[in-house]
Write a protein that binds this ligand. Structure first.
Ligand code: PLP
Length: 381
């Protein structure tokens, strides 16, 4: 029995879409690790849904169903990482295609797309998609097959008007794909703003416990050619998530709306605090009224602005690293969206990508807000 789609996200998530295991009656679905599934004496499948686990897994289907419902999508597909999901999307392109991709997004995406485009003779145009005219002009002059945006972006926290980006992509005959990782399906549902495909690194807040690598693509148009190609590629090329990861993901998602609500509240409080701090030069968070993308974010996100923000300390690398080094609660580690707060000095990791050496990127967890602020205060002293 599954829950009706008219229910709200926290109800769908808490009850994992309404799954009850038969015949045990358990309210938690079982973990079935089998890679292969038997046939009877007449060679009919005992369970017609399951042949071989490269594309048949009850737990993966349940997790995908919950993700599709949270996203307001018709279908969702899980992948073994966010990058595997992005790669599956772009591998549908023929050699020689043209794509428009937002500049200054997650470096792993940019790096992979540059390498992939060079190998496949794909013309890649990187454009600041938070500038509506620049995006419009790029789409009109290059007629891309896919426009790829990331909003809010990592680590700049730029916001892109999804509805505008969809109009630009569609009027050029292309499709819009949105990396919505920093927002989660709880805060932002890009398909409702005209996007064709939404993508998440489910490694982040969707799982939320820093113990699963996963990626997801979702669509409202499962009959579209690109979607059937993606599905065939996942099945045939085998970029599938394992049952244990899907089981953990489903468990993590039960508290997703609750975690996101708390993280957003805490992040807003910390961003407000840091924007008044004398040692801080700037704070990038779409929840701040001073943020250039605040109005767009307020329009297309509901319930908060996410757990990711960046700030610039006054000074340079020495000052930023001194702050990062003094923090006692925030772990110095990459990634975002977990229950534990993390800080990162991305300039150290990616010195040639234009990230300022005074920038500290923060992922806010679910710890007590006063403890986190006290930690930042002592580190900035
Ligand atoms: N997209 C964004 C915005 C990310 O931050 C990341 C990872 O940090 C990815 C995609 C890639 O996801 P994964 O690490 O799950 O492959």
């Amino acid at each position: 029995m599954t829950l009706p789609n008219t229910l709200n996200a926290s109800t769908i998530a808490a009850q994992a879409g309404g799954v009850v295991d038969t015949p045990s009656g358990g309210v938690v679905p079982p973990l079935q690790p089998s890679t292969t599934f038997v046939r009877d004496e007449d060679y009919a499948l005992v369970n017609p849904d399951n042949i071989y686990s490269r594309d048949n897994s009850d737990i993966v289907r349940i997790a995908e169903d919950v993700l599709a419902r949270l996203e307001g999508a018709e279908e969702a597909l899980l992948f073994p990482s966010g990058m595997a999901a992005i790669a599956a999307l772009f591998r549908t392109l023929p050699n020689g295609a043209t794509i428009v991709v937002q500049s200054g997004i997650y470096w792993g995406t940019t790096k992979w797309l540059r390498d992939f485009s060079a190998r496949r003779q794909i013309t890649l145009h990187e454009v600041d998609a938070s500038d509506p005219e620049a995006l419009q002009a790029a789409c009109a002059s290059h007629t891309p097959a896919i426009v790829f945006i990331e909003t809010p972006s990592n680590p700049w926290l730029k916001t892109v008007d999804i509805a505008h980006a969809a109009r630009c992509a569609h009027s050029a005959g292309g499709l819009l794909a949105v990396d919505s990782t920093a927002a989660t399906p709880v805060l932002q549902r890009p398909l409702e703003h005209g996007a064709d495909i939404v993508m998440h690194s489910a490694t982040k807040a969707i799982n939320g416990h820093s113990d699963v690598l996963a990626g997801v693509l979702a669509t409202s148009a499962p009959a579209a050619r690109i979607w059937t190609d993606i599905k065939a590629d996942r099945h045939d090329a085998g970029a599938v998530i394992g049952p244990f990861e899907a089981w953990l993901l489903l468990r993590g998602m039960r508290t997703l709306p609750l975690r996101v609500e708390r993280m957003c509240r805490t992040t807003q409080t910390i961003a407000d605090y840091l924007s008044q701090h004398p040692k801080v030069a700037d704070v990038y968070y779409p929840g701040l009224a001073s943020h250039p993308g605040h109005a767009i974010a307020a329009r297309q996100m509901q319930g908060g602005f996410g757990c990711l923000f960046s700030f610039l300390v006054k000074g340079g690398a020495r000052e930023a690293l001194a702050v990062v080094g003094k923090l006692k609660l925030f772990h110095r580690a990459t990634s975002l969206g977990g229950v534990e707060s993390l800080v990162e000095h991305r300039h150290t990791i990616e010195p040639h990508t234009g990230i300022p050496d005074s920038l500290i990127r923060v992922s806010v967890g679910i710890e007590d807000v006063n403890d986190l602020i006290a930690d930042l205060a002592q580190a900035l002293e």
